[in-house]
Design a protein. Structure first.
Lengths: 289, 307
């Protein structure tokens, strides 16, 4: 017992660990919430696209000396607008448009940041892979504000977004402003990515968006349950990842992602309804029963 | 976010009750119940239960205006999907939209509702365009357009029919829950309301969508290929309810692929092959030369000889 208490409490005496745990919990929560919408719309790649696309905005914001979160957010939104524009105005399909736009933005971002970091204290690696141990009080504040905004929007628009993501045509025919709803979703995703930059970086944020909600999807049948259980799994992964990172000196972002992936693997094998192992052993509860 | 189980509530048992907005057994709680609209809606809640074949409900609301489609043209990139379509869809009739594959049947419905852009023409009901009156529309897309692995239950889907009426930032009301439950009972799916939609048969999925459209309390019902891959029981229920809706003076437009016996359930038909080949009462449309022009070669058409 004392060993466990020691294991849990020792890291908390450091301010940087308190802050990074807090950030990790918030990020794990909102990523699963928003990521549920990506997963049910089969838009996982869009999460990847937006997260890679924030880099140039971040660099430009740094150069112009404005809040890098603002620059990153605007670049993320710009990339979704470009993706939509390309695939509605040309015969190019949506997945190809995403691939083109996000790799171009990513390349531009890397180029800009590499050029900037020669003279400034800015580290490309921190944006690519996160730098959760370096979060400041201001980062905690910004992330909390973004998380509260996301939570309010998700709660306020739950029934409309459920209708729209399930049956976009039916929702449009019923008179819902589907373009606005879709844009709102893109804004939510961009905000989530921006809030997660410090914790896991642009490359691994996709994992926090998709993996916890996909894990929950294997276990529960309704969207709000997927969101809640996904958020719980996200928070669980964040906390465990941070402790593993502290005690075994692992990189924090990857440790969080590995815990989340472990949860997913367990659900994939053992889910009562969809588990591969449960099915193989004939233990599946039929969804019809 | 979670929707509590509605079962303890009293439930209107007949479809007209369901469509009138309030269960007729429950007095309106609205202080404005003397206003003309709610007075009319109470009148419409006094129907003949399934008796009067073909006639309007006595004392029903003022008859709906028909849908006027004039010179509608739709082009997808380089392909002309619809060419100068002009047709009128009357309320109080069950109207079938038929034609060969690729004739533009789904496109016509989507263009009418403004879900795909049209290059020319207009679609009006009364003095306004139909796309501006979407709160009056219940549209059920083809089953193949829906991701049936979506994490939602039967109940979730039917409640989607209440989203627009409920309005932004409001939770679903008790009335909405009663309407949804009554709609599910009408289609024989109430006992399965907690089931995942992915665990349903094709016919059951279609009936859930029908229940959703009933819960919308719409005036204009558009169904895209509702009979594809459904069982006989579902087909019977669908036609019963379509005819019921028509009898109440609603506009009911159904895309139908099947030219078999089921065609005789329709009052009017629109025969389409990118243009309107024929439109009007069923017996006038089902003529050998019309069918020949729509389908090209010989086609087996139930009742073509009898018509």
């Amino acid at each position: 017992m004392t060993v466990l208490t020691h294991w849990l409490l020792e890291p908390l005496q450091y301010g940087f660990m308190q802050r990074s745990l807090l950030i990790a919990v918030i990020v794990g929560f909102i990523c699963a919430l928003v990521g549920s919408y990506l997963m049910v719309q089969r838009l996982a790649l869009l999460g990847d696209a937006i997260s890679h696309s924030v880099l140039p905005g971040l660099a430009i914001a740094f150069l112009l000396n404005i809040n890098i979160f603002v620059g990153a957010f605007l670049a993320g939104i710009l990339s979704t607008v470009l993706i939509t524009w390309i695939h509605t105005r040309s015969p190019i399909k949506e997945d190809a448009a995403m691939g083109i736009v996000f790799s171009a933005f990513f390349a531009l971002g890397i180029t800009l940041i590499t050029a900037i970091q020669k003279e400034n204290k800015i580290d490309l690696n921190h944006f690519l892979f996160g730098n959760i141990l370096g979060v400041t009080q201001a980062d905690v504040r910004d992330t909390t504000v973004i998380a509260v905004v996301i939570l309010i929007v998700v709660l306020a628009l739950y029934k409309e977004l459920l209708f729209y993501t399930f049956d976009p045509l039916g929702a449009q025919a019923a008179g819902l402003p589907v373009n606005t709803l879709n844009f709102g979703l893109m804004v939510l995703i961009a905000l989530t990515v921006v809030a997660s930059l410090k914790a896991v970086g642009v490359i691994l944020v996709l994992s926090l968006l998709i993996t916890p909600s996909a894990t929950a999807y294997l276990l529960v049948p309704r969207l709000y349950q997927v969101m809640l259980l996904g958020a719980a799994i996200g928070v669980f992964s964040s906390i465990n990842g941070m402790y593993l990172s502290y005690w075994y000196n692992l990189p924090s972002g990857p440790a969080i992602v590995l815990v989340a992936s472990g949860c997913f693997t367990l659900a994939l094998l053992l889910s009562p309804r969809h588990g591969l192992l449960t099915q193989a052993l004939g233990l599946t509860r039929s969804p019809r029963s | 976010m979670p929707v509590p189980d509605p079962s303890p509530n009293p439930v209107p048992s007949s479809l007209p009750d369901l469509l009138s907005g309030f269960p007729s057994s429950t007095p309106s709680t609205s202080p404005s119940s003397t206003s003309s609209t709610s007075a009319r809606s109470h009148l419409s809640a006094v129907p003949s239960p399934g008796g009067a074949q073909g006639s309007r409900v006595p004392g029903s609301t003022a008859p709906l205006d028909p849908i006027w489609v004039t010179h509608l043209s739709v082009t997808y990139r380089d392909v002309q999907a619809l060419e100068d379509v002009s047709v009128t869809i009357q309320p109080g009739q069950l109207t079938g939209l038929i034609g060969p594959n690729g004739a533009g049947k789904s496109t016509l419905i989507k263009a009418m509702l403004g879900l795909v852009p049209s290059q020319q023409g207009s679609v009006r009901v009364g003095d306004r365009s139909l796309a501006e009156q979407r709160e009056r529309i219940a549209y059920v897309p083809q089953r193949s357009q829906i991701d049936w692995t979506y994490p939602a239950t039967v109940w979730d889907v039917v409640m989607m029919g209440r989203v627009r009426k409920t309005g932004w930032l409001r939770p679903f009301s008790g009335v909405s829950r009663r309407l949804a439950l009554a709609a599910l009972e009408r289609v024989g799916m109430a006992h399965l309301r907690h089931r995942s939609i992915g665990a349903l048969s094709g016919g059951q999925q279609q009936r859930v969508f029908l229940a959703r459209s009933l819960a919308q309390e719409a005036d204009i019902f558009c169904f895209d290929e509702p009979f594809v891959g459904v069982d006989q029981k579902t087909e019977t229920i669908l036609f019963e309810i379509f005819q019921d809706l028509a009898r109440q003076g609603k506009i009911v437009l159904v895309v139908n692929h099947d030219l078999g016996e089921s065609i005789t359930h329709f009052d009017s038909l629109i025969l389409l092959n990118r243009q309107v080949i024929a439109a009007g009462p069923r017996t006038q449309v089902i003529q050998q030369d019309n069918l020949h022009r729509a389908y090209g070669g010989q086609v087996q058409f139930f009742g073509a000889e009898a018509a």
